[in-house]
Design a protein around this ligand. Sequence first.
Ligand code: C2O
Length: 570
Amino acid sequence: MCSFNLITTMQFTCKIAIFLATILCLSLANAETHHHQFVVQSTPVKRLCKTHNIITVNGQFPGPTLEARDGDTLVVKVINTARYNVTIHWHGIRQMRTPWADGPEYVTQCPIQPGASYTYRFTIENQDGTLWWHAHSKWLRATVYGALIIYPKLGVPYPFPKPNKELPILLGEWWDRDIISVLRQAIFTGAAPNVSDAYTINGQPGDQYRCSSKETTKFYVKSGETLLLRVINAALNQELFLTVANHMLTVVGNDAVYNKPFSTRVIMVGPGQTTNVLLTADQPAGRYYMAARAYHSAQNAAFDNTTTTAILEYTKGATSRPLLPALPRYNDTNTVTAYTSRLRSLAPEKNKVPTHIDEKLFFTVGLGLVNCTPGPRCQGPNNTRFAASMNNVSFVLPRRNSLLQAYYSGNAQGVYTVDFPGVPPVAFDYTGNVSRGLWQPRRGTKLYRLKYGSRVQIVLQDTAIVSTEDHPVHLHGYHFHVVGQGFGNFNPSRDAAGFNLVDPPVRNTINVPVGGWAVIRFVADNPGVWLMHCHIDSHLSWGFAMAFVVENGKGKLQSVEAPPPDLPPC
Ligand code: C2O
């Protein structure tokens, strides 16, 4: 009897254990929901010898790193205790059917006013890699940003050997002056804004700057280890080169899409872009600088020519002088071209390029100048104010309502019009000597309508108006195939023949070559209102933006969800 009892008890315990293990297994395999609270606040931080009050999330600079897996849901309650309106954008998250959580102020929501809060809810669908979050209101993203790291689904390995360590590397740009007053001054005068005082790596300028040695960011590594560096360019206005002394970098991903690995000494990352690189500690034990500085392609324009550094350290506490790497010259476009032309997507089967195109669009992009009568508000070159445009439309944000709310409620009247031109209103020699009569864009809040599922191609053509320049153009709600890039004016017959329709890179932010063009393709499978803009914030403020309204398809799964009840009012 006794032994019988024992066996039954054991069997029973065993069954319970199996049951519990199954539950545990299922819950591990299933997606999780992560809850976070972001308190936007004014925080004193010491940089470059002085204490400054900056806007932060939870008092952290850079802000908190969010980690999730593909398939997870994020619920982030943003409480605004600062004195400015704010919104948060989850850069690169597709936000399928949840444009309400995308973030750009007056585009998908009215801003969260001081004292108010708003909860962003969204699910990560078929994305993994490095993304980031940042304020999308005025220029607050200068200090309000952080990493958003998405791991593959449980049990899915990286398409490269598992690194020993992973490190987010956030490149930033620092102003000694309050960033909102820098913006206000630029808007008032119409002149170019003050350039920054430093670049930063994980919030620290590094020891090439005054009063910054002790705080220099350090990374520790053991000989033979491989690191995965998740590089994010969070700088407000500057594309950046990055390199590590004596170490090769193996590029494995961009904008949360894997690429065919290749190795390089230097990478170039535009604002908004992310690059995942592997670095193996295969050098003599010692200290090595990681360094970043400007890639600045515009002519006759001031820029911050300083270098930010962090230290890669093989032995903790070593004090030997680190080795400083050589960086390309600030205007070394050849290095940029050689680098970007090596990018190829890793999984062409998964990233199928649309070959039939329903919408062939051609957008000129670049700066402009608006004539004005001499005075304090007319401080641009030769009695002008700076402007920027796409297809000659200088984008103006609405104020009374967000574009998405107006669209969803069916009342666009006085908020926007749906007449953004699909091609330039006037054709001209875009990268040649452009006559002065073509330098003044028109202001407007113009959207371009896309049918659900339409296959779209956009030629982004830089212009020589004011100056040619490499622009990092970001599309919200999508990533796209970069099927071609080149210099000069895009020539449909010649250049289309050279398109890569097999394994082009897939990104959410593309740097359009200086005095050149880039061609992108995507399928409009995500309904909503989606901003497209230059991720250099001074250009965005000057009007370098437009928005798509993508109509609903058939049924619930192809339609924008209902707005959340706590969506902020204007
Ligand atoms: Cu990261 Cu509209 O931007």
